[in-house]
Design a protein around this ligand. Structure first.
Ligand code: 3PY
Length: 254
């Protein structure tokens, strides 16, 4: 059985104090109210990681994640954060290739392949994001576009490494727009991605990989999205910034 995961992507929001308050609220709510085996991940800004890591370390089903990492090991890379640094503050996950990083920071599939390999080498689980822009969806080219992202960034990995990757499908037209993919659109893409992985590796390996949906997932639509057979949870933006909303999304993932 593959893992069910709900990861909050806080992006660049809130102060340090806001972040600590949010993390401790979520942790308490999860402890008190969630009895499923869903894995909850808090992907905080870098500055919060160390303190939030001290809280998540004590809780079995809440984990710490970063939103990015360097493709370099260490050295003269001003402003970068290495995977070893992330491990040293107890991060277990790292988001790689969010569409905002691809768009505003020009991250390419080739660069993301290096980040994924770097994360795995440090024992971090990459949450690899893929997804198409609106014009690609309108031209009905979404399947070749997204499968190419997967091929170019992930398909040089060994079977053992590939098994450890989590994928998040986030259609760009649904990010920060309030638009969500319908559960049918999400399911179709997740199924195509799983088949693409099966063709390169094996059906057994593809069946083990958690594929999350992201893009304006919220309490209102989470249950329907998570009910799809190939949707194994979510990467949650805005709704992860309010503890009660986030908890409702977590509870919808059964
Ligand atoms: C969103 O839900 O908008 C996201 O970008 C999640 O990563």
């Amino acid at each position: 059985m593959r893992k069910k995961i709900v990861a909050g992507n806080w992006k660049m929001n809130g102060t340090y104090e806001d972040g600590l308050k949010l993390a401790s609220e979520v942790i308490h709510m999860v402890q008190d109210e969630v009895n499923s085996d869903v894995e909850v991940v808090l992907c905080t800004p870098f500055i919060h990681l160390s303190s939030v890591g001290k809280l998540t370390k004590e809780v079995p089903n809440v984990h710490l994640g970063a939103q990015n990492c360097s493709e370099y090991t260490s050295g003269a890379y001003t402003g970068e954060v290495s995977v070893q640094m992330l491990r040293s503050v107890h991060a277990e996950y790292v988001i790689i290739g969010h569409s905002e990083r691809r768009e505003y920071f020009n991250e390419t599939n080739q660069q993301l392949a290096k980040k994924v390999a770097m994360a795995l080498s440090a024992g971090l689980t990459p949450i690899f994001c893929c997804g198409e822009p609106l014009q690609v969806r309108e031209a009905e080219q979404q399947y070749p576009y997204v499968t190419q992202q997967i091929t170019e960034s992930l398909f040089d990995l060994s079977e053992d490494d590939m098994k450890k990757v989590v994928i998040a499908y986030e259609p760009i037209w649904a990010i920060g727009t309030g638009r969500t993919a319908s559960s049918q659109q999400a399911q179709e893409m997740h199924k195509v991605l799983r088949q693409h992985i099966a063709n390169r590796y094996s059906e057994a390996l593809a069946a083990e990989i958690s594929i999350l949906y992201g893009g304006s997932a919220k309490p209102d639509n989470a249950e329907e999205l998570f009910a799809c057979p190939d949707v194994d949870g979510g990467l949650i933006g805005g709704a992860s910034l309010k503890s009660r909303d986030f908890l409702q999304v977590v509870k919808a993932c059964k």
